[in-house]
Write a protein that binds this ligand. Structure first.
Ligand SMILES: Cc1cc2nc3c(=O)[nH]c(=O)nc-3n(C[C@H](O)[C@H](O)[C@H](O)COP(=O)(O)OP(=O)(O)OC[C@H]3O[C@@H](n4cnc5c(N)ncnc54)[C@H](O)[C@@H]3O)c2cc1C
Length: 511
């Protein structure tokens, strides 16, 4: 199986190398001191990784970033001037707050079971935020260091495409300049999506950016949207003591998740005291009083009711950041949602102009943007580049975490594929039992005839780490038997994946 994959990849690589070589031949590489081989517009995880990789491949590279700090939405989610509080680095910020709030929650609810007694436990929110800011500042500075190390020219300012080989930049420090490039990569990412009739003021009605920077723990928090960001942010404030209600238009939370896992996940969040109003829409918002009054009604229409909150978090998805950056000046095509259309080599309809990350179709995830960035510059450099969107893992960083890769059971069924399912509950995993953290399960979906793994779905502590074994399995076309016959260290939660695979092709040992 592995050899066949290798042979197929080599064939694809040869075809791509020819195509990429043709592409770079259109423009050639820079020889003058002024012009770059690659100009990257946007310094998020897609853009900064593309810039570093391009420099590593020997291309003269410039990266333009409007915020003044690198890392994008993932690394610079913005700041709230009224509070003079910088909320840099969305992903690590969320991670830091999820970890801190989890520690508090564990201390409050679990330590006593383990014989650890604590009195006068309290949350010091400013200290928690300061810890997060410190961690994030270190990370953002680290990228600037990597730019210096790899000799990437960093231009701080707002860039606009002026021609297929020029970006005009309004510099942060004043004035303007034109950056010239043989190839331009648009990596402008995405922005918060609002909802009709709801104005995000980042005070009472906040986006994820504002929810990362609250200066007080809200007594009542309403989250509009039960996607992964809404649930993670809801979890943070729920653990810190907020009464959290999640309002969702759809009948389910995180619709892309495997149905069985999703049901258990919702039950687990409800056990943690988060409330859900599914099939419900917000039809009115009143911010005139101290808090916010939301008018809600069933998604299909019906009787209205009122929800009161101190803070409302609007978490209804993200929208590509592609307007106002000069796409129309040079004729770059987008779809109806504003996503830039690219071919398999990440090139737009304009020769030499590429796009990656949240600005193009595909999962809006930092690691996908990074993979896009690497593959895109590999193509520009005349090499092979490859991203398989079917094996991009997704993780919800609640506790326990929920991680998945590949197809859900519902997808496999809808595609008419004959399949087998193997499941293993964490209650039967010795490590999870020993640490008293046995909520969850591992579910494997495999092709009935070939036993090839089609999807893996894990709800477990550290599922976001365990999932990579499954990602590798899918990447190499492994069968459930391949994983089941692979020796796993004992006692580990990863053994639950081995057991679920055993259960898929034969029988699990420990249930
Ligand atoms: C709260 C939150 C939590 C998240 N958690 C996760 C997670 O746990 N895991 C995960 O994988 N993903 C997560 N994401 C998604 C992740 O942040 C994005 O998928 C990722 O940042 C996309 O990278 P990007 O480089 O395409 O775009 P972005 O990160 O949006 O970066 C684009 C950059 O381009 C700059 N820019 C835009 N226009 C211009 C211009 N004209 N001139 C100069 N610069 C410009 C912007 O300032 C920005 O810095 C989260 C997002 C949010 C909001």
């Amino acid at each position: 199986m592995a050899l066949a994959i290798l042979a197929r990849r080599r064939a694809v690589e040869t075809v791509r190398r020819h195509a990429a070589a043709a592409s770079s031949a259109w423009r050639g590489y820079a020889t003058s001191g002024e012009e770059s081989d690659v100009v990257v517009l946007g310094g998020g995880p897609g853009g900064y990784v593309a810039a570093i990789k391009a420099a590593q491949l020997g291309l003269k590279t410039t990266c333009i970033e409007k915020r003044g700090t690198l890392g994008g939405t993932c690394l610079n989610v913005g700041c709230i001037p009224s509070k003079l509080l910088r909320c840099a680095d969305a992903v690590p910020v969320v991670q830091a707050l999820l970890h801190s709030s989890h520690m508090y929650h564990e201390a409050k609810t679990s330590f006593a079971h383990h014989g650890v007694k604590i009195s006068n436990l309290e949350v010091d929110l400013p200290a928690m935020m300061a810890q997060k800011d410190k961690a994030v500042a270190g990370l953002t500075k680290g990228i600037e260091g990597l730019f210096k190390k790899n000799k990437v020219t960093y231009v701080k300012g707002f860039g606009k495409l002026a021609s297929p080989s020029e970006v005009s930049v309004d510099l942060i420090d004043g004035g303007s300049t034109v950056v010239k490039g043989k190839n331009i990569i648009i990596a402008t990412g995405s922005d918060v999506k609002s909802l009709p009739g709801i104005t995000i003021d980042e005070k009472k009605i906040v986006s994820s950016t504002g929810a990362l920077c609250l200066s007080e723990i809200p007594k009542k928090l309403v989250v509009i949207g039960a996607g992964y960001i809404g649930l993670e942010m809801g979890s943070v404030w729920n653990r810190l003591g907020s009464e959290v209600t999640v309002v969702e238009f759809a009948p389910d939370i995180v619709p892309s998740m495997d149905g069985e896992i999703r049901k258990q996940f919702q039950r687990m969040l409800e056990k943690q005291k988060m409330k859900f109003m599914l099939k419900t829409k917000v039809v009115g918002v009143d911010t005139s009083g101290d808090g916010v009054k939301l008018t809600v009604e069933p998604a299909a229409g019906g009787e209205q009711s009122t929800l009161e909150a101190d803070i409302v978090l609007v978490s209804a998805g993200r929208t590509p950041y592609t307007s106002g950056i000069g796409l129309e000046t040079i004729g770059v095509e987008t779809d109806k949602a504003g996503r830039i259309l690219v071919d398999k080599r990440f090139m737009t309809n304009v020769n030499g102009v590429f796009a990656i990350g949240d600005a193009i179709p595909g999962p809006m995830l930092a690691h996908k943007a990074e993979e896009d960035g690497v593959a895109c510059v590999e193509f520009i450099a005349g090499k092979e580049g490859h991203v398989d969107y079917d094996t991009v893992p997704g993780v919800v960083y609640t506790h326990p975490e929920v991680a998945s890769v590949g197809k859900t059971e519902e997808q496999v069924k809808a595609e008419g594929i004959a399949y087998r399912v193997g499941k293993f509950p964490l209650l039967a995993n010795s490590r999870a039992k020993a640490i008293d953290d046995a909520e969850g399960l591992v579910k494997v979906v495999a092709d009935k005839e070939t036993d090839k793994i089609l999807g893996v779905h894990i709800m477990a502590p550290n599922a976001g780490e365990i999932i990579h074994e499954a990602v590798l399995a899918l990447q190499y076309g492994a069968s459930s038997e391949d994983v089941a016959r692979t020796c796993h260290a004992h006692p580990t939660v990863s053994e639950a994946l081995k057991e679920a695979c055993l259960q898929t092709f034969s029988k699990a040992i420990h249930i």
